[in-house]
Design a protein around this ligand. Structure first.
Ligand SMILES: Cc1cc2nc3c(=O)[nH]c(=O)nc-3n(C[C@H](O)[C@H](O)[C@H](O)COP(=O)(O)O)c2cc1C
Length: 487
């Protein structure tokens, strides 16, 4: 079943005339004029009225992206000069309390008024921005027509930051991997604290680490509990990643002002890392990505507003992902080091009768656990593409492709990258399944999306090690969710 955004159409506006317990149902088409404006509370900074709980970010120029010398940087973080104009940015990630004032359904995995709302799709976020603008008498920033979203850059309503605005605000003048400079501890941000920056290459001898392993809270945290950055923004690293406006794509290296990102694409960007991310994936320059109609317990939002009207409008009408399986034969392709993923793949095969393909290496990894930990992080750091010995005959006949792998260092093992680059997955459906030791997907879905940007991503399945007695049922449900036929 496709993850429906229909519930968003149940967003409600509270009446402003004393019947605040009576929600009014609205749809995306009739958002306008549903309620009288409420007054915006503002504080004055340098003669500028700043909305309550927002910070005036004074624009300027910066180097967006990371220098070649930054450990664990991605090739997609190419540095370039960007200028951003003044804007207002939420001091905190949007809370569940704020979200539920306007939405009848709270999608969050963790529950708490002051926890950030998470598990909302990019499209949900866009609609929330508009409904809140309407409620407060502001001009909505977005026009939503089916799957096409047009951003009116002159509107004063709530919106998502651009990727450039987000990074500028996060850095707050710093040029280091984090706004806390060269490392970040679990006392400074809510993340997968067992894995501080550069733990990968220092796992067995941690003397060189600036920050030692710390607490992994395994949940979101009330917003604003850690120190802010120099701009007064909280949780820019960690807690939840934050959707931004931009499609994911290669940066232009031209000098730019207020870039809105690529004109089209299939994936949206989210930034900053969350409670479930390793420190390397919380860096100021790190770019995570997911389809616009998907959500995650690791992704929330932070609102911004124009401080001065921008100009023009941007229409974004790239294809949205559809969680429906393709029309061809089903292929289950997997890489497994210790056998857990193999067992899961075999159970999927038993239920579907699909073709099973094990991804094998010309030079297999060591069978010693400590050695493979080291080999795997080195391959990942070098973005190696290990040679594969076997190949899928006639890949054209397959759609969907169910791709299985163990979570390795919060991402995919590099043999999966070799596999994804070998074939053309454009317009096919990829449905990932991941065996893990507590880190769920890590950033593996981002890695797959970047390697197969033309593919549609189905709903992914994560399994703790080899799964428990519920594995067979979990797989059955997951196949149904994705519309994959069982025998
Ligand atoms: C090199 C390596 C790196 C790993 N990194 C992670 C990780 O970052 N997060 C996690 O949850 N589990 C991690 N694990 C544990 C595996 O994901 C887990 O044991 C999985 O069930 C292995 O699947 P397999 O038996 O198919 O290889 C790692 C294991 C290895 C060997």
């Amino acid at each position: 079943m496709k993850r429906s955004i229909a519930w968003v159409l149940l967003l409600v506006l509270l009446s402003s005339c004393g019947t605040s317990n009576t929600p009014v149902e609205i749809g995306s088409a009739d958002i306008e004029n549903e309620s009288a404006p409420t007054e915006n509370v503002t504080t004055e900074v340098n003669n500028v009225n700043v909305p309550e709980n927002f910070v005036l970010i004074q624009g300027g120029s910066f180097q967006m992206g990371s220098p070649d010398s930054e450990a664990w940087r991605g090739a997609d973080e190419q540095q370039h000069t960007v200028t951003v104009s003044d804007f207002y940015m939420g001091r905190y990630e949007l809370t569940q309390e704020e979200y539920q004032e306007l939405a009848v359904y709270n999608p969050s995995t963790f529950s708490g008024a002051n926890l950030p709302v998470e598990n909302l799709s990019w499209l949900d976020a866009i609609l929330y921005c508009n409904v809140r603008s309407e409620k407060e008498g502001l001009t909505p920033a977005y026009a939503v027509n089916g799957e096409t979203v047009t951003w009116d850059r002159s509107a004063d309503g709530y919106r998502l930051p651009t990727e450039a605005e987000w990074e500028y605000a996060c850095r707050a003048g710093t040029t280091t991997p984090f706004y806390t400079e060269n490392s970040i501890s679990a006392e400074e941000a809510n993340y997968y604290g067992h894995y501080p920056y550069q733990i990968e290459e220092n796992y067995f001898s941690q003397g060189n680490l600036d920050t030692k392993p710390g607490e992994y809270r395994q949940t979101t945290f009330a917003v604003g509990e850690f120190s802010s950055n120099k701009f007064g923004l909280y949780d820019m690293h960690g807690n939840v990643g934050e959707w931004v406006w931009d499609y994911y794509g290669e940066y232009s290296t031209q000098e730019q002002s207020d870039p809105p990102g690529p004109a089209s694409g299939t994936l949206r960007v989210y930034r900053g890392g969350g409670w479930n991310d390793f420190a390397k994936n919380m860096r100021s320059a790190y770019r995570a990505t997911l389809a616009a109609d998907k959500g995650s317990f690791n992704i929330g939002i932070r609102l911004v507003r124009n401080a001065a009207a921008g100009s023009g409008s941007i229409t974004a009408s790239g294809p949205q992902s559809e969680t429906v399986s393709g029309n061809g034969k089903v292929l289950i392709a997997y890489f497994s080091w210790g056998g857990n993923t193999k067992g899961i793949a075999e159970e999927i095969q038993r239920q579907t009768g699909a073709d099973l393909f094990e991804i094998e290496l010309a030079n297999p990894y060591s069978s010693n656990y400590n050695t493979v930990l080291d080999e795997a992080q080195r391959d990942q750091k070098a973005q190696a593409r290990p040679e594969l010995t076997n190949h899928v005959d006639n890949m054209e006949q397959y759609d969907p492709i169910l791709i299985g792998y163990p979570n390795w260092w919060a991402s995919i093992p590099m043999p999966i990258a070799s596999f994804l680059e070998e074939y053309d997955f454009s317009s096919k459906t990829i449905i990932p399944f991941c065996s893990h030791g507590g880190g769920r997907f890590g950033q593996s879905l981002t890695a797959i999306a970047k390697l197969a940007p033309g593919a549609t991503m189905g709903n992914a399945l994560s399994v703790y090690y080899s799964g428990d007695s519920g594995l067979s049922d979990d797989i059955s449900k997951w196949l149904d969710d994705n519309g994959v036929k069982k025998r």
